[in-house]
Design a binder for this molecule. Structure first.
Ligand code: NDP
Length: 478
């Protein structure tokens, strides 16, 4: 069993102030496969102080120099691809093939993408008689979730480092081992002491200590809306910068003309299911509401049920499986509870359900589940379930479809399908979310990523992600 009983502060692996350890559970076998340090608020404070001390000299290094470190971190992650992806598949339950791509390659590319911005980004510009300089915000507290653990870490650490910030990272207790591997890599590439610090332990204790520490300048958080709101409240007292990437309840909108024949209909339904069941639905941009013309409802029900049957469920290490377990027993119980709520609310259960898949007797599994005849105001259509549960909702006309898509306290993502691309874009512009996929347009890890409404604020990834970590100063020249 892997034991990581140290935390990474000021360039060294140090003993935390408590001897307690956190069990890390394999979501398929339900067995403990690793233990990590349970740090305390005192450790978080130590880490912030190290980051504060390191900031002065790190902020003065050139962007080129910082970019070179990022490239070496990218290479270090790719060199440990197998270890990293297997670890995340155990922690989170992501099927291994997907893990290699989404959980490891994409975050690795975030580091290389940021390294290219060292020369490609204008850290200075001239406006009239002013030289506008972009400077690092300072010490960043990065608090990350378990669903795409390395991706969320990379989306914060890579731009923060390039900007010249120093960092204290607190990863989720459910999936912390990948963050230890990253810290190993960061140690190997020789990042100056204190620039990156890792503390593991309970969010309410460590996370809040990081957020409230007077030397923390910015908090970058991904996770639940409840915790995001708590962080914003704590940070407001000292007017700290906050970036929040929170939950979602995204809609796939199939416009009437998708059903004019041809392949578009099949492609649209496949894509909608992919984005709903990806990572067992534990995806903030999961498209968990499928909006379809009322006249096509029964036809779509048949196709959705049939295609869902093709989502084989089981061990993430069996290549034919497309759906793995959920991350934890708590998450499994929560998703099963939502399935019961859906039945009680009177939605029509098309396929799936809250029972364990027949061929499995352990692991935190929930079958891909589809409800139809869902009313847009039901809890299953409003609340983030974070499991493989789809709500099919019928609409009467395009205006109705847009209103239903926008009838959500969240605003993270969505998609629009139409045989007319331009028309799909017109509809997408009326959807109040941070990103909308048009006719299967691919996720772009260099485009800005973030939410409207209760999905948060700030943008991650690419140029806009870098700018979240920069202050802007005007030097008025004579
Ligand atoms: P949380 O928001 O509780 O956890 C995310 C991170 O915040 C973790 O590192 C956690 O630490 C930390 N944290 C928890 N409480 C505090 C606090 N008071 N102050 C500072 N940091 C804190 O998400 P959960 O893991 O509990 O998941 C619950 C639900 O949240 C999911 O079912 C899903 O709906 C949503 N969610 C959304 C995500 C997204 O990508 N938008 C990602 C994850 C969850 P620790 O691990 O120690 O608790």
């Amino acid at each position: 069993m892997e034991i990581r009983d140290r935390i990474f502060i000021d360039g060294r692996w140090v003993k935390p102030s408590s001897d307690d350890l956190i069990d890390v559970i394999d979501s398929d076998t339900e067995e403990i496969f690793a233990k990590v340090a349970r740090g305390t608020a005192a450790d978080a404070n130590r880490a912030v102080e190290a980051a504060k001390t390191a900031f002065e000299s790190w902020a003065r290094t050139s962007a080129d120099e910082r970019g070179k470190y990022l490239l070496r971190i990218n290479e270090g992650i790719l060199a440990r691809m197998n270890e990293m992806s297997e670890t995340i598949s155990k922690e989170v339950g992501t099927p291994l093939g997907l893990s290699q791509f989404i959980q490891v390659s994409i975050p690795a590319s975030t580091f290389s993408d940021m390294s290219t911005r060292a020369s490609g980004y204008e850290f200075e510009e001239t406006i009239g008689n002013s030289r506008v300089v972009k400077e690092p915000r300072g010490v960043v507290a990065a608090i990350t979730p378990w669903n795409y653990p390395l991706h969320q870490i990379a989306a914060k650490v890579a731009p923060a480092l390039l900007a010249g910030c120093t960092i204290v990272l607190k990863p989720a207790d459910l999936a912390p081992v990948n963050a230890y591997i990253l810290a190993d890599i960061i140690e190997e590439v020789g990042l100056p002491a204190g620039v990156f610090n890792l503390v593991t332990g309970p969010g309410p204790e460590i996370g809040e200590a990081m957020v409230t520490h007077l030397d923390t300048d910015m908090i970058s958080f991904t996770g639940s809306t409840v915790v995001g709101s708590r962080i914003a409240e704590l940070a407001a007292k000292d007017i700290k910068r906050v970036a929040l990437e929170l939950g979602g309840k995204s809609a796939t909108v199939l416009l009437e003309d998708v059903f004019d024949g041809g392949e578009l209909q099949a492609k649209a339904i496949s894509d909608a299911l992919f984005w709903c069941y990806l990572n067992s639905g534990q995806t903030c941009i999961a498209q968990t509401r499928l909006l379809v013309p009322r006249s096509k409802l029964s036809e779509i029900e048949d196709r959705v049920a049939e295609e869902t049957a093709g989502y084989t469920i089981g061990s993430p290490f069996e290549p034919t499986n497309r759906v793995g377990p959920l991350v934890s027993k708590k998450q499994q119980d929560r998703v099963k509870e939502y399935i019961r709520i859906g039945k009680e609310e009177g939605a029509k259960l098309l396929t799936g359900g809250d029972e364990m898949p027949e061929h499995l007797d352990r692991g935190y599994y929930v079958k891909p589940t589809v409800f139809s005849e869902v009313d847009q105001n039901m809890r299953i259509a409003q609340e983030e379930i974070f499991g493989p549960v789809l709500s099919v909702i019928a609409y009467n006309n395009e205006r109705d479809a847009i209103d239903i898509a926008n009838n959500s306290s969240y605003g993270l993502s969505g998609s629009v399908w139409s045989s007319d691309n331009d028309h799909a874009i017109e509809i997408a512009k009326q959807i109040r979310t941070g990103q909308v996929e048009i006719n299967g347009g691919m996720f772009n890890p260099t485009a800005p990523f973030g939410g409207y409404k209760k999905s948060g604020y700030g943008r991650e990834l690419g140029k806009y992600g870098l700018e979240d970590f920069l202050e802007i100063k005007s030097l008025q020249l004579p």
